[in-house]
Structures are given as structure tokens and as C-alpha cells.
Design a protein. Structure first.
Length: 181
């Protein structure tokens, strides 16, 4: 077995372990419960927002630390405003209709909530339709509002090394104040 095959196999094992851990933590945090997700959509329960902000903060620290040590490369996707807004709106409508996002649907199904299957079927159908229409979208909506590979530090006109600590502190402050919401 070659070195790259062995490394690829090991990466798949790590990915599976990480995915199982992530799913377990989602389930233990109640993020697979329809009522919790609905509470977020109705702005009455902010548990989902707290989990997401915590994930962003931990991920930001991890990714940028690994990047600084030369252990990870950043792959910034180009900003395509129309495609990003359209995709976000479509995702939001699907989330509002079914009450699950991809991760929470998998966690809900793992808990035995069979209604999540409908949402998962919609995700598969949406993926299929996206693939079928990707040639058309690459000539149309993906061409509208292309701004290149933008990052938040670039948008606010700061160096990344100065932006990240302030952004991290801001996320911590928001999390701190959200405990009363």
C-alpha cells in the first residue's frame, strides 16, 4: 500500500470519527429536536445560535492556528452575491418548512424522528436538481455579483492578524449576552 493510500484511509477514519462525534454532540445538545429548531426560527430559543457561534469561534481558532503553523491551507471560495443570496434563501425556506438543516436532520433521524426523512429526501432531490442545472447556473446566476475571494478582514479593511482577535472577543461577548435570551 502506498503512502498516499494509507494517508487517505487514515483521513477517512478521522473524518468518520469526527462526524460521529459531531452527530453525538448535536444530539446531546438537543439540536436534533424539532422544538429547539422551531424555537430558533421563532426567536424564542437561542440554543442553536449559541451552538453555531461557539462552533464558529472554536473553528476559527483551530483553522487559523493550523494555518499559522503551516499545517493547513485556506481555500476561500469566490463571493458570488446572487448565487450566495439565492442559495441562502432556498436553504432558509427549506429549513423553515421542514424544521431541520442537514446536520440536525441526521441527528433527528438518529433519535428516531422519522419526519426528518422527508427533509433528507428534499436535500437529496435538491442536490440532484442543483447538479442537473449547474451548467445553466454557471452561465447565469453564478455570474451575477462576482467579487472574488473576499474575507471579512478584507471587507472591513483590516489585516487578518488584527481582525481575528477582535472578532473572537466580539463572538465571546455575544455568547455571554445570549445567556439571558
Amino acid at each position: 500500500m502506498s503512502d498516499s493510500t494509507e494517508k487517505s484511509g487514515r483521513n477517512l477514519v478521522y473524518a468518520a470519527l469526527f462526524g460521529l462525534t459531531f452527530g453525538y454532540l448535536l444530539q446531546k445538545g438537543g439540536m436534533g429536536k424539532f422544538e429547539v429548531l422551531l424555537g430558533q426560527l421563532l426567536l424564542t430559543d437561542f440554543a442553536v445560535a449559541k451552538v453555531m457561534l461557539t462552533a464558529i469561534l472554536v473553528g476559527m481558532i483551530g483553522v487559523f492556528s493550523l494555518h499559522a503553523m503551516g499545517k493547513a491551507k485556506l481555500h476561500v471560495k469566490p463571493t458570488r452575491l446572487a448565487a450566495n443570496l439565492g442559495g441562502g434563501a432556498l436553504f432558509g425556506v427549506g429549513f423553515a418548512l421542514i424544521g431541520y438543516c442537514p446536520g440536525s436532520a441526521a441527528a433527528a433521524l438518529g433519535e428516531g424522528h422519522w419526519d426528518a426523512l422527508l427533509g433528507m429526501a428534499g436535500m437529496v432531490a435538491g442536490s440532484y436538481l442543483y447538479a442537473e442545472f449547474s451548467e445553466v447556473s454557471s452561465r447565469t446566476i453564478e455570474k451575477w455579483g462576482v467579487y472574488g475571494k473576499l474575507t471579512l478582514p478584507q471587507i472591513v479593511g483590516m489585516e487578518r492578524s488584527r481582525f481575528l482577535p477582535g472578532f473572537g472577543v466580539t463572538l465571546l461577548a455575544v455568547l455571554f449576552f445570549m445567556q439571558w435570551m
